[in-house]
Ligand binder design. Structure first.
Ligand code: ZN
Length: 140
């Protein structure tokens, strides 16, 4: 798959899944070199404006694109939970407690998202891949 094919397919799948997962959001898609620690995709979400951007790494394989896009769009709609955790940590936690909460939250979040991806892939009749190394970022 060439870079242009990857970009075209990423944009097409993002449009398709936005209509299912987060139709009230405006989501753009792109491809790029995400580098270390080798995430296959990432997302950036601005909750207040309901704007998000999904980026799929050049190393992504065609057979994992559905999975990657769905995973990132689930991060987008779960972004308010991330905001809640950030406020909780800032207002109520010591640095040590904040680290523990963050690690637990990220583990629970990634596992929950993967369970939801698996469900959506099953409903759409698409083969579910193994857990991918995906990083989620957000803007304040
Ligand atoms: Zn993730």
């Amino acid at each position: 798959m060439t870079k242009n094919e990857l970009l075209s397919k990423t944009k097409k799948l993002t449009k398709k899944y936005v209509s299912i997962i987060c139709p009230n959001w405006t989501v753009t898609a792109d491809t790029g070199n995400l580098g270390y620690p080798n995430p296959r995709a990432m997302s950036i979400a601005r909750v207040d404006e309901r704007l998000a951007h999904v980026i799929v790494d050049y190393q992504a394989k065609e057979e994992e694109l559905d999975h990657l896009v769905v995973h990132e769009l689930l991060h987008v709609i779960l972004e308010p939970l991330q905001r809640f955790i950030e406020v909780l940590k800032k207002e109520r936690c010591t640095e040590a407690e904040s680290t523990i909460i963050n690690n637990l939250y990220q583990t629970i979040l990634e596992n929950t998202i993967e369970d939801l991806v698996k469900t959506i892939m099953k409903l759409k009749g698409i083969k579910y891949g193994t857990h991918l190394n995906i990083v989620n970022y957000y803007c304040k």
